[in-house]
Design a protein around this ligand. Structure first.
Ligand code: NAP
Length: 290
């Protein structure tokens, strides 16, 4: 029996165990996906345990995506650029870190949104780990310009300063979190991505949108990284404005599918993963994280 799991805290609402176990089963692998809820003081021990022969690796989620970096042996280029790891692979005791949020976001944008990033102008809301992955993905795909707006301005400035050297051909901008900024940033903008938890079940902001709904441009694509509820206030408002709307479940599944490929070397059964994730989300459901 082989083992793989998710490292984070708290993890009670994570959907990954459900759809990853379904994928391992469908692939006929004798492997179990476990929940490794880990407080910061135990992180080093839990990561060290991944070197055991029966461990395939792990997913890493909030709040450990950056903290695991000094604890592993090698970083893939994308993870290094993002400054965050969400997947660890155990290669015979040598731990390699990857960031499949970047590739998962791009896969979801293409498969669900049918969106071509090249030459587009985008607005990113938020400046945490997910926003970093999204900005990197957009710049790597040839976006013309990306504006970042975050509640805490200096965090957005830091993100843009860090990523600007990597964003060759994409101009990165920061604006303050005020009404005039949203309106200005959305002029000529075809893609809006929410990388904040605003609207997420259990966050206390379920009835809110992360920006005033009336500024959403008709015809744009609105991508909400929040996947619970599947239809957030933002997505409902986007549809009402005549924009297209994509929820966060597809990114969650595609980033998980990329992790599965890295651990097993097999093509992930994406349909099985989607079915399992949607079924798990329906009743009481998950809250967020990985
Ligand atoms: P994070 O590192 O904690 O960053 C959270 C960001 O949201 C920060 O910029 C924060 O602003 C902002 N924010 C939090 N509460 C807010 C509020 N009430 N109003 C306005 N802004 C607020 O989290 P993360 O890892 O980037 O994740 C962000 C969201 O994306 C979460 O909901 C997570 O579940 C989701 N996510 C989804 C996927 C997926 O596959 N679908 C993958 C990764 C993440 P401040 O800087 O001002 O605190």
């Amino acid at each position: 029996m082989k083992y793989v799991g998710v490292i984070g805290y708290p993890l009670e609402h994570s959907l990954s165990p459900v759809f990853q176990q379904a994928a391992l089963g469908a692939a006929g692998l004798e492997a179990r996906y476990e929940v490794w809820e880990t407080q910061p003081e135990r992180l080093a021990d839990v990561v060290a345990s991944l070197r055991q022969r029966d461990r395939l690796g792990a997913n890493v989620t909030v709040p450990h995506k950056e903290a695991v970096i000094p604890l592993i042996d090698e970083l893939d280029e994308v993870a290094e650029q993002a400054g965050a790891v969400n997947t660890i692979v155990n290669r015979e005791g040598w731990l390699v870190g990857y960031n499949t949020d970047v590739t998962g976001f791009l896969a979801a944008l293409k498969q669900e949104g049918g969106f071509e990033v090249k030459g587009t102008r985008a607005l990113v809301l938020g400046a945490g780990g997910a926003a970093r992955a999204v900005v990197l993905a957009l710049a790597g795909s040839g976006a013309a310009a990306v504006t970042v707006i975050n509640r805490t301005f200096p965090r957005a400035s830091r993100l843009v300063d860090d990523l600007r050297p990597l964003a060759v051909g994409t101009s990165l901008h920061v604006l303050p979190h005020i009404y005039a900024s949203f309106a200005a940033a959305l002029m000529g903008c075809r893609l809006l991505i929410n990388c904040t938890p605003v609207g997420m079940t259990g966050s206390g902001t379920e009835k809110e949108t992360p920006l005033p709904a009336e500024v959403i441009p008709p015809g744009a694509l609105v991508f909400d990284l929040v996947y619970n509820p599947p239809e957030t206030r933002l997505l409902a408002a986007a549809r009402k404005r005549g924009a297209r709307a994509v929820g966060g479940l597809s990114m969650l599944v595609y980033q998980g599918a990329d992790s599965f490929r890295l651990w097993t070397g097999l093509e992930p059964p994406v349909d099985v993963m989607f079915r399992a994730a949607k079924a798990a989300l329906k009743p009481a459901g998950a809250k967020g994280g990985g």
